[in-house]
Structures are given as C-alpha cells and as structure tokens.
Design a protein around this ligand. Structure first.
Ligand code: SF4
Length: 105
C-alpha cells in the first residue's frame, strides 16, 4: 500500500511529539530528589532523616522518615520509593517537613 504524503507528515509529527514528550514523563517519575533542589531545600528535605536539625524543625521526631510517610510509594525493604509530593524518588530514610505519618490500622 502506498503511503500518501499527508499520512507520512502526520506520522512524522506524531513521532517527533512522542520522542519529545515521553522521555520527560519518564524522567519526572524516576529521578532521585537532591538536597540541593531549591524546592527540596525550602522543605527541609534530607536524604538521611538523622541529619534533620531538630531545633529548626520542631515537629520532627526520630521515627519520621519517608518509608513511614503516606506520600511515599516504596514497599518495605525498598531503598528508594517515589514521593508523590515531589514526584521524585526519595530514600526510605529521607525526610521533609511535609511528612505525613502513615495511619495505623
Ligand atoms: S513528603 Fe514524605 S515521602 Fe516525600 S520527602 Fe517528605 S517525608 Fe519523604
């Protein structure tokens, strides 16, 4: 079957659009959050919850860490999981001031 010039152009544009958008979508969901990220900094994010300054973040307790937060998508034993707040991966032992304790059943 012979391809028309119009069909070729539509497919070419769709291909370029997909190649442009898809890597950004994948990037947004797999990138690890950095402490140097400006928004992470403003939220007091730490890769290691034991490095949180309790004088600055008075709500913080030693039990608070990403793997005990409602917004963390990792499973038990995972080193990293996706934080739905930052839309980045955070370590199980990380922390930020948006911590929301998992409700106990
Ligand atoms: S919102 Fe929760 S999972 Fe995300 S960085 Fe803060 S403490 Fe960790």
């Amino acid at each position: 079957m012979k391809q028309s010039r119009r069909t070729f152009m539509i497919r070419a544009v769709a291909g370029v659009a997909a190649a442009t958008v898809l890597p950004q979508v994948a990037h947004a969901t797999t990138e690890k959050l950095s402490e140097s990220d400006p928004y992470a900094k403003s939220m007091g994010f730490k890769l290691n919850h034991e490095e949180v300054d309790p004088a600055k973040y008075k709500r913080w307790t030693a039990e608070q860490q990403c793997n005990k937060c409602q917004l963390w998508g990792g499973k038990a034993g995972d080193e990293y999981g996706e934080c739905s707040f930052f839309e980045r991966y955070t370590p199980s032992g990380g922390w930020c001031k948006n911590f929301k304790a998992v409700k106990k059943a």
